[in-house]
Design a protein around this ligand. Structure first.
Ligand code: NAD
Ligand code: UDP
Length: 315
């Protein structure tokens, strides 16, 4: 059997680089496409010598011509500070990126997987969130460029599937963390760890009672690959995340303890439309993909803290 040719948009980002690595390990031919907005060459430097790996600097706003068997569409900034930096471009990236990867999948008869998000549920009124929940999203707020962009991408995926028979897979990813997040990523796990390691104040937005459920990146990547390789009939959307829910205050205390830090907690205003609670129902992934997270928060944080310690030594 010949190697599968797999295109990963956003492949030089945090999740994308782990996905490139795992798919290469499994014997595939991987093309990593990225415009390096939030991604970094450092994330994929160790893959560059592999003859079955190619990096392509490209923006998904432009047409994509790469012959391939499978496409993972991850291109889109994911941290609120980065997707709010140029919100118009964020919306375009989700929508045009979906159109271009779907068009490519149609032409090449490739299977295409969309990295959607728990943000399609907005600030959820149903808790925990099953795939059947339609969400509570503000269409005109500061998070909308991302949330509505991702919702429109899901719509395009299902319309290409119904109208053109494109082979689609949609996963809704819940908060994922791990090595290769940027020092300046801005999301909570990296912020708290970097602040704790530097002995700086830990910034709790609002009262810190809002919750999230954190999934370690290796678990997520395993779930994404299982979804890509699942039966034709399973289009999704399928939630991928770790149902272990904690408050941001509990997370801050855990990080302080694990880093043995003297940092103090400071409260700053809660950003607009920040979801109060979030936890995935993962029964569909358990049943259809035989998948569930295996890495505990303590184990995942240990690896992530180790990574940031090394990065800080060189900065
Ligand atoms: P990330 O910012 O590290 O990765 C996104 C990648 O996309 C970066 O490498 C960036 O340079 C690239 N990119 C952005 N705009 C592009 C464009 N116009 N053309 C080409 N490349 C572009 O974020 P991540 O956490 O690795 O997220 C990857 C994907 O997973 C995103 O689509 C995100 O929405 C989704 N997701 C992530 C999480 C999470 O918790 N990490 C949760 C839900 C969904
Ligand atoms: N948060 C925080 N301090 C920070 C960064 C984030 O208290 O330094 C909070 C943020 O308000 C949110 C939660 O942590 O309630 C998760 O934020 P993140 O940006 O990681 O992801 P998202 O809000 O997209 O789930």
């Amino acid at each position: 059997m010949r190697r599968k040719r797999i295109l990963i948009t956003g492949g030089a980002g945090f999740i994308g680089s782990h996905l490139c690595e795992k798919l290469l390990q499994q014997g595939n031919d991987v093309v990593c496409l990225d415009n390096l907005f939030t991604g970094q060459k450092d994330n994929i430097r160790h893959l560059m010598d592999n003859p079955f790996f190619e990096f392509m600097r490209h923006d998904v706003l432009q047409d994509i011509y790469v012959e391939c068997d499978q496409i993972y569409n991850l291109a889109c900034p994911a941290s609120p500070i980065h997707y709010q930096y140029d919100p118009i471009k964020t919306g375009k990236t989700s929508v045009m990126g979906a159109l271009h990867t779907l068009g490519l999948a149609k032409r090449c008869h490739a299977r295409v997987l969309q990295a959607s998000t728990s943000e399609v549920y907005g600030d959820p009124e149903v808790h925990p969130q099953p795939e059947s929940y339609r969400g509570c999203v503000n269409p005109i707020g500061i998070r909308s460029c991302y949330d509505e962009g991702k919702r429109m991408a899901e719509t395009l995926f299902f319309d290409y599937h119904r109208q053109h028979g494109v082979d689609i897979k949609v996963v809704r990813i819940f908060n994922t963390y791990g090595p290769r997040m940027r020092l300046d990523d801005g999301r909570v796990v990296s912020n708290f760890i970097v602040q704790a390691l530097k002995g700086e104040d830990i910034t709790i937005y609002g009262d810190g009672m809002q919750t999230r459920s954190f999934c370690y990146v290796d678990d997520l990547v395993e779930g994404m690959i299982r979804m890509m390789d699942s039966d034709d009939s399973l289009t999704g959307p399928v939630n991928l995340g770790n149902p272990n829910e904690i408050t941001m205050l509990q997370l801050a205390e855990l990080v302080i303890k694990m880093t043995n830090s003297s940092s103090k907690l400071v409260h700053t205003p809660l950003p607009q439309d920040d979801p109060i609670q979030r936890k995935p129902v993962i029964e569909m992934a358990q049943k259809e993909l035989n998948w569930q997270p295996t890495v505990s928060l303590e184990e995942g944080l240990t690896d992530t803290i180790h990574y940031f310690k090394k990065i800080l030594e060189f900065n």
